[in-house]
Ligand binder design. Structure first.
Ligand code: BG6
Ligand code: MG
Length: 227
């Protein structure tokens, strides 16, 4: 067994939708409206499978559940319309919409010289971060515009660690989606799942939300890398 002499976490990578802000719910509402045009009722279980997945991959999944064939043109048209609905819901966002505990936790990380990154599948990440007035707190932002493969592929998190110049083992990912936890584990990172304990069971630490999340808790997670 190799002992890790530096037990500290050097970077935290936040997912955006459903972790920093409750836009996961806006995505769900927008997809539900589009799916109903195909006479398909999108369920909560379906939506869990869409979390963390890119816009285009989401259309493909919904079309397959609805058993409709879509051309490349139609796929793009549906994705664009979904985005219009989604952005209309996002325009009203303000810093008051930052989820409980997130601002405090980011401040604690910055005060402790822990790097802070965003690792999101969304192409609207900067728009949303600007609305929340959070952009300047992130040392690194990797979003849907910078990656080829969506979660559960680890690309987004590996890129974020590289840009922070950090060893993936010293990074913790905070996620609300099973696909995101899977991606972070494949990247060799420690994971915090926020939300449903059953759905996020593969995470190293599971909490209902970020309200009581502290750096001390993350540093304790490092024991998982000691074997
Ligand atoms: C992820 C969401 O963060 O971003 C998904 O969990 C969403 O639901 C994906 O489809 C892509 O987002 P956007 O904003 O580029 O359509
Ligand atoms: Mg999410």
């Amino acid at each position: 067994m190799l002992l890790d002499t530096n037990p500290n976490i050097n970077g935290v990578i936040f997912d955006l939708d459903g972790v920093v802000v409750d836009t996961a719910h806006f995505h769900y509402t927008s997809w539900k409206a589009l799916a109903s045009e195909w006479k398909y009722t999108l369920t909560h279980e379906d939506n869990e499978k869409l979390k963390g997945i890119s816009r285009k991959d989401s259309v493909v999944k919904i079309a397959s559940w609805a058993k409709v064939k879509v051309s490349e043109n139609e796929l793009n048209e549906v994705a664009n319309r979904k985005n219009e609905k989604y952005l209309a819901l996002c325009t009203a966002l303000t810093p008051n919409d930052i989820l409980p505990g997130i601002s405090e936790f980011i401040h604690e990380l910055k005060a402790s010289n822990v790097k802070v990154a965003l690792g999101s599948a969304s192409k609207n990440a900067l728009f949303v971060l600007n609305k929340l007035k959070l952009t300047d707190f992130f040392d690194v932002v990797v979003d849907g515009n910078n990656v080829t493969n969506s979660k559960p592929d680890p690309e987004v998190f590996i890129k974020a660690a590289k840009l922070m110049n950090l060893d993936p083992k010293k990074c913790v990912v905070v996620e609300d989606a099973p696909a995101g936890i899977e991606a972070a584990l494949s990247a060799g990172m420690l994971t915090v799942g926020l939300g449903n304990a059953e759905e996020l069971r593969n995470a190293h630490l599971i909490l209902p939300n970020a309200e009581n999340l502290t750096l001390e808790q993350l540093n304790k997670l490092n024991q998982y890398h000691l074997t």
